[in-house]
Design a protein. Structure first.
Length: 492
């Protein structure tokens, strides 16, 4: 049998994998080797962490799902879209909630171009508008628009998105009850994590206490070591519907499961739990409601009964993903499709970027799956760049220049030479990153802290190169305002 290290290299690098069958004795060795112990221990740690993350974030299951053997399937899914759809299936969307649930919609902005809403940003907003039009029962209590002022613009993404949404609803006769559904615009957030923190703060300040006062109180008897007391329990459920493009939501879901401490969704988790209970002195909190005030007086005049220890308020949060299809992969323009493919490869590196930042900050371990992802993405990008050198590639390069020429939104694509130079630079940095983290990815040896910092720098440069040259997004044409569908009939 071949050595354990040889086996590990083939196992970890898809390029080297073949059809050879290996049994567990090859992986762990017959002599308790150090590498075998490390592999076995790492596998057990991974399983424990993944199980714990899944238990914390998706502890609820759909009521109508009676298959107990599928609960952990989504967490271990390798395909990010499969994982997202699986999460929606087990967690349930807005329609799975009871009638007392408060619904909050969050639309994630996308940077404007010349202060104009782009095609992809319009796609996200149209996705929500279609949901409101096709589902009359879906009337959220709050709709939040996120996104600050992007470089080169004067208008925030959130403000522009809100105006486009209002115009779209008016054009399509989509009713919005301003009393039932409140709007909130966040013009200052710079990224998803900051946006979620600001939304959570807004809910704390202006909504949660009001919703708690509207919810009925249920008397609960507690008994501990022979001592009995009662509390009035008020609980509200808040369900968030997160609206964006599919790749964006997949990244958010992956980061939440892979790097919970750095999850963009962590502020929504932090809303859960007891809220301003003040269980021993509730007169001030209860005085806002005649019912609770009368209850306190009635309890205080009863003698020989169990003690009344106030009002207990709690909040629970859930969320589901409502995605719009990325609009640049299914057109007839080969150059736009090429750009879209490259752009998505760059965006797919986001969970790896978050994990590697955690490694550099010494708050996370490097996840071996990310090494395979890194290698796979680089090979895919190599194939796309090689296509530029073919006869067909000449027309693609010319098409890329033409695509950006009308708006002048991308200075790096005015010459086809620059397109190739930037993409090859991205490949070079990606390859450098792979070489630096390879010992950890193959479980051969440890990687020094300084090397992790260099690998992170190379990864960031590669992603910046790809995004700077390959985002095919353009301002939405004026004739497309007010439409739920693009001119070719597809929702964009």
């Amino acid at each position: 049998k071949e050595s354990t290290f040889s086996y590990l290299r083939k196992l970890s690098d898809p390029i080297q994998q073949d059809n050879t069958n290996y049994d567990d004795s090859v992986l762990y060795g017959g002599n308790n080797s150090l590498s075998g112990d490390l592999v076995g221990l790492t596998k057990k740690i991974d399983q424990k962490i993944l199980s714990a993350n899944w238990s914390r974030s998706t502890h609820r299951r759909r009521v109508n799902d009676n298959n107990p053997g599928t609960e952990g399937h989504v967490q271990h899914a390798t395909d990010s879209m499969q994982s997202l759809l699986g999460y929606n299936h087990f967690e349930g969307d807005w329609s799975e909630r009871n009638s007392t649930t408060y619904h909050v919609v969050i639309i994630f902005g996308k940077p404007l171009i010349n202060d104009q809403v782009t095609i992809e940003f319009a796609n996200r907003i149209r996705t929500l508008a279609k949901l409101l039009k096709e589902e009359p029962e879906f009337r959220p209590s709050l709709i939040c628009f996120t996104g600050g002022v992007s470089p080169g613009n004067y208008v925030s993404d959130a403000s522009a998105g809100y105006l486009f949404f209002r115009h779209l609803c008016a054009s399509q006769s989509i009713p919005i009850n301003d009393i039932q559904t409140k709007m909130w615009v966040d013009p200052g957030s710079s990224d998803e994590r900051e946006a979620m923190e600001v939304i959570a703060s807004e809910l704390w300040r202006n909504h949660i206490k009001l919703w708690l006062h509207e919810s009925p109180a249920i008397e609960r008897l507690n008994r501990h070591y022979g001592v009995e007391w009662t509390v009035l329990e008020r609980k509200i459920d808040i369900h968030f519907t997160l609206v964006s493009t599919e790749y964006h939501l997949c990244n958010m879901n992956d980061v939440h499961h892979r790097s919970p401490g750095k999850s963009f969704l962590q502020p929504l988790v932090s809303l859960r739990g007891l809220v301003a209970s003040d269980r021993w002195n509730n007169e001030d909190f209860a005085s806002d409601s005649g019912y609770y005030s009368d209850t306190l007086k009635r309890k205080s005049t009863r003698t020989g009964q169990t003690a009344f220890r106030g009002i207990e308020n709690s909040v629970d949060t859930t969320w589901s993903f409502h995605y719009g299809t990325y609009p640049f992969l299914h057109g007839n323009d080969e150059a736009v499709v090429f750009l879209g493919q490259c752009y998505l490869l760059g965006e797919e590196l986001t969970p790896l970027l978050v994990n590697m930042k955690g490694v550099v900050e010494q708050t996370e371990f490097f996840q071996r799956d990310n090494y395979l992802l890194l290698s796979s993405i680089r090979r895919s990008l190599v194939s796309l760049v090689e296509a530029l050198y073919t006869e067909k590639g000449q027309s693609i390069r010319a098409g890329v220049i033409k695509h950006f020429q009308s708006h002048g939104s991308n200075r790096l694509t005015k010459e086809d030479v620059k397109i190739i130079v930037v993409l090859e630079s991205a490949l070079l940095n990606l390859g450098r990153c792979i070489d630096l983290v390879k010992p950890a990815g193959l479980l051969v040896s440890s990687v020094p802290a300084s090397t992790w910092s260099r690998a992170l720098d190379a990864l960031e440069k590669s992603m910046n190169n790809i995004i700077s040259v390959c985002d095919p997004d353009q301002p939405l044409e004026a004739t497309e305002w007010g439409k739920l569908c693009h001119e070719d009939g597809n929702v964009i």
